[in-house]
Design a protein around this ligand. Structure first.
Ligand code: M7G
Length: 320
């Protein structure tokens, strides 16, 4: 299943072409008009700096969340941008002039993610909220967190679809099919795949009984080492990005309780890469090597948003 190219740039161009042809297919199978009937209920959050907006609304009477993000300039697109655009003068003063540039359609695309139908939990996930840092002892995990996540967490059907090649199969860049130490590596759906500067991939393990960092013990070291090693090699081959340019980590708490590892480009300040939520995979391996029960026994810290149900459980238990 591995599709490694020797020339990373070429591979990236090919994967961009793949994404374009996916979107062309999508236009043909009705995706083009999906949002025409979208009725906005509220803007959940927006960022002027990141040029993103998260919108809650209704589609066919059901809840939906639409995330839109203006994409960065890629060096490769500059020539097309200069030659194919029209300029509208805004003002001119001495040697200074400002314009509104109207790019050709293929350079004015907005990356759009649709969650439909969206659950109440999705709507909350994308709402701007105050966060609180929680302290979770091993006992808190057993008595508060575990029962909560067993009943309340997001469906991981999308993960099973990827592992079973029912969705995103053509996006997989590397797979080790081994049931114990194997995994699938593919672009995170947050990545536009237009440039490596904001590279974001996820490795999803084939093994189905590992919910999060808390479940990891000595027996998982070969799995974690395999992901770290082979994931780095695959990214070097596909995107020409060396391991020294990668941030490889797990989230605690994750949103989806099926073990997966984030691979992002170092220097790309993606939400969730801060010290309060991200655990470097290399550190996780070392911690397990020095203490096989490290993550079973340690107190772990993580932020939760004000309206997170788990936060209420910690409050009810007098732990916040
Ligand atoms: P997480 O740490 O469980 O939660 O990471 P977070 O979303 O709060 O960071 C899950 C990762 O999977 C995130 O980086 C998501 O962007 C990514 N992701 C989520 N979904 C539903 C999909 C999907 O359908 N396809 C792909 N390729 N990535 C997804």
């Amino acid at each position: 299943m591995a599709k490694h190219g020797r020339d990373g740039t070429k591979e990236l161009e090919e994967s961009v072409k793949r994404v374009k042809s996916d979107s062309e297919n999508n236009e043909n199978n009705g995706g083009e008009t999906l949002l025409c009937g979208f009725q906005t209920s509220s803007v959940l959050s927006e960022s002027v700096r990141e040029k993103t907006v998260f919108v809650h609304g209704k589609l066919d009477g059901q809840d939906a969340v639409v995330i839109m993000e203006k994409i960065p300039f890629g060096e490769d697109s500059l020539t097309d941008l200069f030659t194919g655009s029209r300029l509208k003068l805004e003002m001119r003063n001495d040697i200074y002039s400002t314009y509104w540039l109207r790019p050709p359609p293929h350079l004015s695309e907005i990356k759009t993610t649709v969650v439909f139908p969206a659950t109440e939990k999705h709507v909350k996930k994308y709402q701007r909220q105050e966060s609180f840092l929680l302290e979770e002892s091993a006992t808190d995990y057993e008595s508060i967190t575990l029962p909560y996540i067993q009943g309340q967490s997001f469906s991981v059907q999308w993960v099973y679809n990827i592992l079973e090649k029912k969705a995103e199969a053509e996006r997989i860049i590397y797979e080790d099919p081994d049931p114990e130490i194997g995994f699938v590596l593919l672009p995170d759906f947050k990545w536009d795949q237009k440039q490596v500067n904001n590279l974001y991939l996820i490795a999803i393990v084939h093994k189905r009984n590992i919910k999060s960092l808390r479940d990891l013990t000595l027996e998982h070291i070969p799995l974690l080492q395999n992901i770290l090693q082979r994931g780095k090699e695959a990214i070097l081959k596909c995107y020409n990005l060396p391991a020294s340019k990668l941030r490889v980590y797990l989230h605690y708490q994750p949103s989806y309780y099926h073990l997966h590892i984030h691979f992002t480009k170092l220097g790309y300040e993606v939400p969730g890469c801060g010290v309060e939520r991200a655990h470097l995979l290399a550190d996780v391996i070392q911690n397990l090597q020095s203490d096989p029960k490290y993550y079973k026994t340690r107190t772990l810290y993580f932020p939760l948003r004000a309206d997170d149900g788990l936060l209420s459980k910690f409050k009810e238990a007098g732990r916040l």
